[in-house]
Design a binder for this molecule. Structure first.
Ligand code: AMP
Ligand code: MN
Ligand code: MN
Ligand code: MN
Length: 278
């Protein structure tokens, strides 16, 4: 068994279709793939749920706030027809549209037009700042995505607009009410001290969170060890995934992340009792 429980299609800020992700997963020997678009489950209405050669798991990655910080919670094995989930995702998607409109306005004030019409040619259901970064690169206002984030889109950037995500508690509880498993995504990527990451994880677990990503692209052995200890401390299952967005980013690929160590594997998410009911 080889899982990849975190990746993005072009319905959020990934570059590729859901079919492409599945094909890439097959080529890379992945047996279980979860597509986890930002605040969007559209990929699943475009795909069969049953394939002979690969298991496709329902997933989503919800943006939320905890103590003023943007945190990502992955929901796995969610019931796609759950109404609470659908209405939260609708709301988050409309916040995303409004945020892009406000950025468009700020761009126009800087004399840059056409962001809205640029989006019309895109497949995305969940609009993100990554899209705006690509637009800025296409318009030759930035050399690459990183620079676009730094100059325009990050907190002190020229067209920054604060996000309006739900709370951590709401994200976790909505995933639970859709019968899914809530997973704290890429915990080492938040600007948190060890002590703060501990309190985030504790609160996440208290809200009903059941798993934490302990391996993903470009993670170092030391961080993996720390996250495995965190999982053990709060009795959380371990999840893993590439967070793949784009094949042009050569440092990521579907199925590419360090293997869980033997101890962490004992509490891997595929040992969760609900895993088999998918
Ligand atoms: P949003 O959800 O609209 O705030 O966009 C967040 C997405 O932008 C993340 O999922 C990342 O894929 C991407 N992102 C965030 N910060 C950066 C950065 N500094 N450089 C490049 N991409 C970034
Ligand atoms: Mn993304
Ligand atoms: Mn994320
Ligand atoms: Mn992601």
């Amino acid at each position: 068994m080889k899982v990849d429980l975190h990746c993005h299609s072009y319905y959020s800020d990934g570059k590729h279709s859901p079919e492409f992700l599945l094909q890439r997963a097959r080529e890379n020997g992945v047996s279980h793939l979860a597509i986890t678009d930002h605040d969007c489950i559209h990929a699943f209405s475009q795909l069969d749920q049953d394939y002979d050669d690969i298991e496709l798991l329902n997933g989503v990655e919800i943006s939320c706030f905890w103590q003023g910080l943007e945190i990502h919670v992955v929901g796995l094995l969610i019931d796609l027809s759950n109404e609470e989930l659908q209405s939260l995702l609708d709301l988050q998607q409309s916040h995303r549209r409004n945020r892009i409109d406000a950025m468009d306005q700020k761009l126009q004030d800087l004399g840059v037009k056409d962001l809205s019409s640029w989006f019309e040619s895109k497949q995305c259901i969940a609009m993100t700042r990554s899209h705006v970064a690509d637009f800025l690169v296409e318009k030759q206002l930035s050399k690459n995505r990183q620079k676009a984030f730094k100059k325009y889109l990050a907190k002190r950037g020229r067209i920054y607009v604060p996000a309006k995500w739900c709370s951590l508690e709401e994200a976790v509880q909505t995933i639970c009410s859709a019968n899914g498993i809530a997973v704290l995504a890429h915990p080492s990527r938040y600007p948190l001290s060890k002590r703060k990451l501990n309190s985030l994880t504790e609160e996440f677990a208290n809200c009903g969170g059941e798993a934490i990503e302990t391996s993903y692209s470009n993670i170092d052995p030391n961080t993996r060890r720390q996250l495995s200890e965190l999982a053990a401390e709060f009795k959380l299952y371990s999840s893993a995934g590439s967070d793949f967005h784009d094949e042009a980013a050569h440092w990521t690929d579907i199925g590419k992340y360090p293997d869980l160590d033997q101890q962490t594997k004992k509490n891997a998410i595929w040992n969760h009792p609900r895993w088999h009911y998918n």
